[in-house]
Design a protein around this ligand. Structure first.
Ligand code: NDP
Length: 432
């Protein structure tokens, strides 16, 4: 068994390992065939680290750290997003890369696990600065990626604008135009429905789970969606389409409480087109209360979708949601609930879906983008959306069945981790 104390200087990675190993069934942990795998699986195949030197609008050279963690490719090419955020460090990227191995397996598409990024903060930077940063980042990264090797994608702080700059730079430096990145804008070979995929996907997952456990859906439900970036916005859109009312959202500065329901297009324009802050929504809408960011978890709701960032919802927040009668918590972000919060949900029979299963919609459509690029095809929005729905339903069904077989149908963490671990372990054994 691995010594988790060894990872105490990498707290996020250590938490991800704890979550995985604490949930593996005895039959897996004690299986002699898996003993070596349990040790090997925590070590990334490669870690690439580099300086990114770029010039700001004042003509001054700036230096950031860049990383790519290629964790495990037993299930296919390394695949996982790039994150640009000041908090980025190796511990966070190892945590996300490790999670990605299992998430990608759950999609049933041929993708391994990886993650990368930089401590660069695109917030408040001009387009020119973001472009120069992306060019400098790709100058370092391009030798290590490519359609048959490693295919990075969007994540926090990396959207269509950044992927465009990165992909143009990749083509220039490598002389190739293969599918080396996903989440590309449509004119560069991107897939329809990729922008919507993670937010739509987590909502499709929620519908499956609400039906299975509570014989209900989202119609008339009061919903909290934390964050207001890519995942949160398209979760908002789909929840509204499914008849739910999203009454609260946030960013890292503030939350807004809108008992009448947040209007998707208005928030989309504010966030995507104007790159504004969420509190500005109150300037143009009536009956909106602006709260501190964490105030979002004090609000009474039936269903919650944490879609902002890791560890945004702790045990205290979980207690408040439970007291307020929440019936389901579906993670759109990666590990937004602390382990303690997740345990509390399970204990109180709140449906709790771990991100590695419920937010797999994004990487699934990235997989479909690779497939389309490989075949030289462009699929309709409806076709991609349908494949997404079926992938999410399949993920729910597989992990629900595993959870039930292991003794507690509500324990989707156990269901997801055991199902995916066994799948990856068997592939590693077959590879030898
Ligand atoms: P974005 O950068 O588009 O949006 C992130 C949002 O979260 C922003 O509104 C940001 O606000 C907010 N936020 C960040 N930190 C906090 C905080 N501490 N409290 C409240 N809000 C906060 O990222 P994405 O939407 O792409 O990603 C969100 C999460 O989903 C991440 O965990 C990511 O790894 C995960 N994910 C994303 C996928 C995708 O396809 N995009 C796929 C699978 C998972 P602010 O502007 O103030 O920083």
């Amino acid at each position: 068994m691995i010594d988790l104390a060894k990872y105490s200087n990498e707290p996020e990675f250590q938490t991800a390992l704890k979550e995985m190993f604490a949930s593996l069934d005895e039959s897996v942990l004690n299986n002699p065939r898996y003993q070596k795998i349990l040790e090997d699986i925590v070590v990334p195949d490669h870690i690439i680290q580099f300086d990114v030197r770029w010039v700001d609008d004042q003509g001054k050279e700036q230096v950031n750290h860049g990383y790519r963690v290629q964790f495990n490719n037993v299930n296919g090419v390394y695949k996982g997003g790039l994150r640009f955020h000041p908090s980025v460090n190796l511990s966070i990227l190892k945590f996300l890369g490790f999670e990605q191995i299992f998430k990608n397996f759950l999609t049933t598409l041929p993708m391994g696990g990886a993650k990368g990024g930089s401590d660069f903060d695109p917030k408040g930077k001009s387009d020119g600065e973001v472009k120069r940063f992306c060019q400098a980042f790709m100058k370092q990264l391009y030798p290590y990626i490519g359609a048959d090797k490693d295919v990075p994608a969007v994540d926090l702080g990396v959207g269509g604008r950044e992927i465009r700059f990165l992909y143009e730079a990749y083509k220039e430096y490598s002389g190739k135009s293969d599918c080396s990145l996903t989440g590309k804008p449509l004119d560069l070979g991107g897939s329809l429905c990729r922008t919507e995929a993670t937010g739509f996907g987590v909502t499709y997952f929620a519908l499956e789970a609400l039906k299975q456990y509570k014989n209900t859906d989202l119609k008339g439900k009061k919903v909290i969606v934390s964050g207001s970036g890519n995942v949160a916005l398209y979760c908002l859109k789909k929840v509204i389409e499914c008849g739910g009312k999203v009454i609260a959202m946030n960013d890292s500065s503030n939350a807004i409480y809108c008992p009448d329901g947040i209007v998707f297009e208005d928030l989309r324009v504010l966030k995507e087109d104007k790159r504004g802050r969420i509190k500005e929504y109150a300037d143009t809408h009536k009956n909106v209360t602006v709260l501190p960011s964490k105030g979002i978890w004090d609000i009474q709701a039936d269903v919650a979708f944490p879609c902002a960032t890791q560890f945004e919802l702790n045990e205290e927040d979980a207690k408040k949601l439970i007291q307020n009668g929440v019936i389901g918590v579906f993670e759109g972000a990666n590990m937004p609930c602390t382990i303690e919060a997740a345990k509390l949900f399970l204990k109180n029979r709140v449906i709790y879906a771990p991100g590695k299963a419920s937010n797999a919609g994004g990487v699934s459509v990235s997989g479909l983008e690779i497939e389309q690029n490989g075949k030289g095809e462009k699929w309709s929005f409806e076709k991609v959306d349908k494949r997404l729905q079926s992938i999410m339903a399949n993920i729910f069904s597989n992990i629900y069945k595993t959870a039930k077989d292991l003794g507690d149908e509500y324990d989707l963490v156990k269901g997801a981790n055991n199902y995916a671990f066994i799948g990856i372990a068997e592939k590693m054994l077959a590879r030898g």
